[in-house]
Design a protein around this ligand. Structure first.
Ligand code: AMP
Length: 432
């Protein structure tokens, strides 16, 4: 279906035509008419399906149909991470390019307040926010919801995973008047269902099947850290990688792997929650511009990254939950593109491997490599992992105590687990 058949404002259609969107994706086709009709909506859809446009296009159409005097947001989009906030806000600005007086403001933690205060003081219609910073501004009386017409909860499952449930409740309690609520979530687990029951009024349910047909998924069974590194080396040499995100389970691993890959001559950068926001934004910008080829990231930091050139996702460490796995692989194979997701599974990962196989309805090709990383590409079930030796988290740091420049050592020291740091980590987490 083309966008012209979806009753959207012609100026919005003009903007999306310039962005070369030709046909609406399934979620857009199904959600746009319901949102225009004013229905509450609960959509299970993941990143990469076009879900952001699915809510932004009808919401923009609605707010320009009916101008409204006064101050404060008419639409609130609550997202779990800063990166996603920036991404959604950027899309909103692009779609409203030809609309007069439709301004989007984006607020998130980890950056100074003055610019956000100025943005909130000026007239705007759409507010994209992460929970912690939104509550700070609400408490200071800088945001009033008296004009609010639509509340959108994006990536609700991730919000819950990140412990934002109380914040969500506080925010929704602050919205007094009747409004339309749209909830998007990759998975509809128990906590999300409770939110749906409490916040949505007779919602339309949309289930967009996980179509990862354009993403080839492979799992390599690994014995230990050395084995992972050998395999990574092999993958980086043998695969034609335009750009890749390599996921690690911790911030320290991400840094260590970055140093190692940089030493090998790769254009690699790390992205995780301990990196100051300014640097995170620059790192993503450089990755987007193609200046960096490999991004070594933790889950939190990689949310919302939407870069068409990402050809590979490498799970150096598999996540512990299938939800995170889905979100991760969704970074590749964006609309109209193909992608390859390669995961290294150690014995402790057998649960998630089982879940992946269940989700995709297929046994994933699992290869095992010898010490010399000769793949025999035999099909192996998750049971094969059970007898393998588990490696400890400390192995990584021990292995890569390389000679580094003074500056790098200092950066590392700053990240060491002093009491002060662990407090700071907690705080950072809260504002992610
Ligand atoms: P999302 O699922 O919202 O993260 O969107 C994924 C990517 O698809 C974004 O880069 C969008 O700009 C792009 N996109 C959204 N809708 C369409 C469409 N109908 N045709 C082509 N690209 C789209």
């Amino acid at each position: 279906m083309t966008f012209k058949n979806l009753n959207l404002n012609p100026k919005i259609i003009q903007a999306i035509e310039e962005m070369k969107y030709e046909i609406a994706t399934p979620i857009q086709e199904q959600a746009i008419p319901e949102i225009l009709n004013g229905k509450d909506l609960c959509a299970s859809a993941q990143t990469g399906t076009g879900k952001t446009a699915a809510f932004l296009l009808p919401i923009l159409t609605k707010i320009i149909q009916k101008p409204l005097k006064g101050k404060g947001p008419r639409v609130l989009i609550l997202v779990p991470t800063r990166e996603l906030a920036m991404q959604v806000s950027k899309e909103s600005t692009k779609y409203s390019k030809y609309l007069e007086r439709i301004k989007t403001v984006c607020i998130y933690g980890g950056v100074p307040y003055p610019q956000q205060k100025r943005d909130l003081y000026r007239p705007y219609e759409i507010l994209v926010a992460t929970p912690g910073r939104l509550i700070d501004h609400l408490n200071s009386g800088r945001i009033k919801f008296s004009r609010l017409e639509t509340f959108i909860l994006d990536e609700a499952d991730r919000m819950l995973d990140m412990g934002f449930i109380d914040d969500i409740r506080r925010i929704t309690d602050a919205i007094e008047q009747k409004h339309q609520t749209l909830l998007f979530s990759a998975t509809l687990k128990k906590g999300v269902k409770t939110l749906v029951k409490d916040l949505l009024d007779n919602p339309v349910d949309l289930k967009i099947p996980i179509d990862k047909g354009n993403i080839e998924q492979r799992i390599h069974s690994v014995r230990n850290l050395d084995h992972k590194l050998e395999l990574l080396d092999k993958v980086l040499k043998e695969e034609t990688i335009k750009q890749a995100i390599i996921f690690t389970s911790t911030k320290i691993y991400a840094d260590e792997l970055k140093f190692k890959l940089q030493d090998q001559g790769h254009r690699a950068q790390a992205l995780h929650g301990d990196i100051p926001q300014g640097k995170r934004t620059r790192t993503i910008a450089q990755f987007r511009q193609g200046k960096t080829q490999l991004l070594i990231a933790t889950d939190v930091a990689a949310r919302g990254i939407d870069i068409p050139k990402i050809s590979h996702i490498i799970n150096f460490d598999l996540p512990s939950s299938i939800d995170d796995y889905i979100h991760r692989i969704g970074r590749t194979g964006r609309i109209g593109e193909k992608g390859l997701a390669i995961s290294f599974a150690s014995p402790k990962d057998r649960r998630v491997v089982f879940d992946i196989e269940k989700l995709t309805g297929q046994r994933i090709l699992t290869s095992r490599s010898s010490d010399k990383t000769k793949d025999n590409f035999k099909k192996k079930s998750s049971r094969d992992f059970s007898k393998k030796k588990r490696f400890s988290n400390n192995d990584f740091t021990k292995k890569f105590k390389k000679k580094r420049s003074f500056k790098e050592k200092k950066e590392d020291n700053n990240r060491s687990f002093s009491k002060k740091d662990s407090f700071k980590n907690k705080k950072t987490k809260r504002f992610n």
